[in-house]
Design a protein around this ligand. Sequence first.
Ligand code: DHB
Ligand code: FE
Length: 280
Amino acid sequence: MARITAGVGSSHVPLLGVAHDQGKERDDYFGPIFAGYDWTREWEKQEKPDVVILVYNDHASAFDMRFIPTFAIGCGERYKPADEGWGPRKVPDVIGHPDLAWHIAQSLILDEFDMTIINEMDVDHGLTVPLSMMFGACEAWPTTVIPLAVNVVTYPPPSGNRCWALGEAIARAVESFPEDLNVQIWGTGGMSHQLQGARAGLINPEWDNRFLDLLEAEDDAVRHIPHIEYLRETGSEGIEMVMWLIMRGALGHKVKTLHRHYHVPCSNTAIGHIVLEPNT
Ligand code: DHB
Ligand code: FE
């Protein structure tokens, strides 16, 4: 049967896609940011996931104010990098896993999570930057990907509690797929950042690190952090962190931390990254 073998959390800062594509990964500014992914790149080469369920948010590239799915699952064959204003990044197309994706969609919907099913969309930095951070430059991504898009751009985003519960339901869905597959789940987005208004530039390393501590904890207190706390402590865009709870919820109560990285500054925010293993 298919199994979720690990969870990865990562920021998806668009500037890191630019740094990667322009070969600036080891310069003075970006060096300490990318160094925190060296461990993970080596680990991924050994782990060789068959599928990554990649929880991310679209930033008005595929969706806009005309339609705003709270939770959407990509069931398509392939996804192209989106044009985010400077042309699409020159990274490989993302290859889907329609069989597992449709199975997860059916399982989630019968489990009372009313997913939006998407067969065609382009994917932006929310999805392609974490792939570059984890796999570096390549001709083809070394894994298939099931995009799972979450609305964290337009109020109201889903609660942390709902995200955690969705993660639990995803784990049930994966475990009921008969084919032997090594599946990872990634939660991307965050950390604290505000890109607009009077508090633009806000970064809260103390809160971000407490969030990472809570992800490592055996209890599930982190799922109950209310929206207002994310907004107050982590700025208007820090709510992206609720997506990490889908990843965390899928791993069960006890987890083992394999790797953790945090560095400020990174563009207008911090870089946060964690690799967790279910500890059963
Ligand atoms: C920045 C970070 C993000 O997560 C994002 O989606 C857009 C911009 C930034 O730091 O500039
Ligand atoms: Fe973002």
